[in-house]
Design a protein around this ligand. Structure first.
Ligand code: ADP
Ligand code: MG
Length: 249
């Protein structure tokens, strides 16, 4: 579904990504692991148009999307969460999730103000979908709250609801359980398992090795911007190069 071919990103002459190559298979969970500063977030940014690679190509469903603007990448069916939360603090939780449907309803939401019955109906349907997404993450009762007053763990889950509400073809998750307590981590882990069972394709950046080993079909290891291993969780766990670079701390 997604192919990275020699993707590089230089910052001031220093490579944050150095000719990274791997594929993300449809319907599978690919975990992207590596020490802090390995280039994981930079790679997600280069796939989603938040950043532009200085070399190599990104191909999504047979289409070259290298350097495409973020809003166009999102319209192709790629959704993401951010390592550092990016919610609109003054919007309600529901409106934050509705932003994940802007490609489908943005215009009709404006037109709904003209009070055309058909468009008001569409607006209601979109709200219903956003509420369902919130419900999947146990947040339906907080739909009308301003996002700013939520606890950190709830904000992380609002981001997940926003990223999944449009049923994207490819979901990129940048450390979805970082900073969550063990109960919250278990709940998000369960959600990720459900998404996988529902046939979603996921690229998951995660430090929680237990979660990675449990949920991933394929593991990619980055170290100093280079891809040092690709394989099944078991293969990667036993790979001496990985043990030395990362797991053997
Ligand atoms: P990870 O997500 O694996 O922890 P990052 O992708 O955030 O790593 O960072 C990879 C490297 O690129 C780090 O050395 C970081 O300092 C550098 N880097 C990331 N973004 C920028 C930027 N906007 N400008 C300069 N250097 C950056
Ligand atoms: Mg990161």
């Amino acid at each position: 579904m997604l192919r990275l071919d020699g993707v590089s990103r230089l910052f001031g002459g220093l490579p944050a990504l150095d000719r990274v190559c791997f594929d993300v298979a449809r319907g599978r969970v690919t975990a992207l692991i590596g020490p802090n500063g390995a280039g994981k977030s930079t790679l997600i940014n280069c796939i989603t148009g938040v950043d532009t690679p200085t070399g190599g190509t990104v191909t999504f469903q047979e289409r070259d999307i290298t350097g495409l603007a973020a809003h166009r990448v999102s319209r192709l069916g790629i959704a993401r969460t951010f390592q550092n939360l990016r919610l609109f603090p003054r919007l309600s939780v529901l409106d934050n999730v509705l932003c994940g449907l802007s490609g489908e309803g943005g215009r009709s939401m404006v037109m709904a103000m003209l009070r055309l019955p058909y468009l008001r109906h569409r607006e209601r349907l979109l709200k219903l979908r956003a509420l369902e997404a919130l419900d999947r993450f146990g947040l339906a009762d907080k739909a009308s709250w301003p996002a700013s007053i939520l606890a950190y763990g709830d904000k992380k889950r609002v981001e997940l609801a926003r990223a999944t509400v449009g049923r994207p073809d490819l979901l990129l998750l940048d450390e979805p359980v970082a900073g969550l307590n063990s109960d919250e981590t278990a709940a998000v882990g369960e959600q990720l398992r459900r998404l996988r069972a529902g046939g979603h394709t996921i690229l998951l950046v995660e430090h929680d090795m237990e979660l990675v080993m449990d949920i991933a079909d394929q593991v990619v290891v980055l170290d100093s911007g280079r891809c040092i291993a690709v394989g099944s969780p078991d293969e990667v766990r036993r790979n001496p190069v990985v043990l030395e670079a990362y797991l053997g701390q």
